[in-house]
Write a protein that binds this ligand. Sequence first.
Ligand SMILES: Nc1nc2c(ncn2[C@@H]2O[C@H](COP(=O)(O)OP(=O)(O)OP(=O)(O)O)[C@@H](O)[C@H]2O)c(=O)[nH]1
Length: 390
Amino acid sequence: MLSIGLAGKPNAGKSTFFKAATLADVEIANYPFTTIDANHGVSYVRVKCPCVELGIEGGCGRCINGSRFVPVELIDVAGLVPDAHLGRGLGNEFLDSLRLAEVVIHVLDASGSTDAEGNPVGIGNYDPLKDVEFLKREISMWLFGILERNWTKLMRQYTSEKAKPEQIIYEQLGGAGVSDKDVRWALSRMDSDPATWSEDDLRRFAELLRQSSKPMIIAANKIDLAPRENIRRLMELDEIVVPVSGAAEIALRMADKAGVIRYLPGDPDFEIVGELNRAQKAGLDKIRVLLKEYGSTGVQECINRAVFDLLDYITVYPVEDENKFTDRDGVVLPDAFLMKRGSTARDLAYRVHTELGESFLFAIDARRKLRVGEKYELKDGDVIKIVATK
Ligand SMILES: Nc1nc2c(ncn2[C@@H]2O[C@H](COP(=O)(O)OP(=O)(O)OP(=O)(O)O)[C@@H](O)[C@H]2O)c(=O)[nH]1
């Protein structure tokens, strides 16, 4: 499953965001469990289900009013403080949990109520813009550390044994979740031979690796407390910034679970359907003002943008019956797979089952009832039947 890391300084609101994003109503949670352990959970991207467009009578039973929730893994990288790469705080142990993350949501306290170390200082007394760079630096210095430890040996392999630099660097970094594509991209951005690099060049290279292997989105959290000026300045940065209130998202999901409101994660509003006491009503009124101003609580938007904008994934629906859009048991649109844009029909076959990939003959684009070959590039929302020899 695709993994998203959640990181930020102490008290920025990571646990709150994590809890909000992994708290799923039974109807949404088509995954057997949402909390794997304290730091790993299942969250969902929200997509438009094809059953509406395809005019399937009675819907597909897998979506809620046309919104489909597709599982992704969320990892709470707790305990990261500035200079963690030097072993400060919980240090490397926690950087290591970033290994699996393909993308990072940087939870940032936009209210300015906590200092660089996460100590409370009162709203507006710390400039949140100061936190934007810290996480990038920690991650790139962590990658730098892994490379630097063995750099002399690696360069000896390169110069005397004529090993390919992309290969030896990739092997060194494989455990940090850096792909060979990331290494090739970062090398292409450097203008000199690795054997001649200074320490500063190696640092620059590590930062390029970070950009490619751990792209980042900023969750400007605590918008319910934050001075508007802080949000405005954060939004003006050359970064992807989403205004967020993790606390509001938890309140809405809990109220929905309790049956007093109807709310789907990512919705711009909610409907009151049960009895509320005065305090609950006042709390929800405040959240409604926030939703009006920002469009949503931002939690679902962060997950969606991380997966679709930063990682460029698409959603694809494999079926066995291209006319009824069902599997062999008659279940309509049974699965939704997240795949990298550029994936082919054959990649999808492999994703369903190795055997299906190996015995692939052709595929059928079920929307157009059109036969396509193994190299057919999948499009977002495609419904595909795979035809194989066995
Ligand atoms: N008002 C408001 N408070 C929030 C929000 N999100 C988190 N908080 C509060 O901020 C404090 C810190 O939140 P946590 O989620 O524990 O922060 P953390 O980043 O996980 O902290 P560590 O576990 O120390 O790394 C708590 O008191 C939360 O209730 C929010 O959206 N609005």
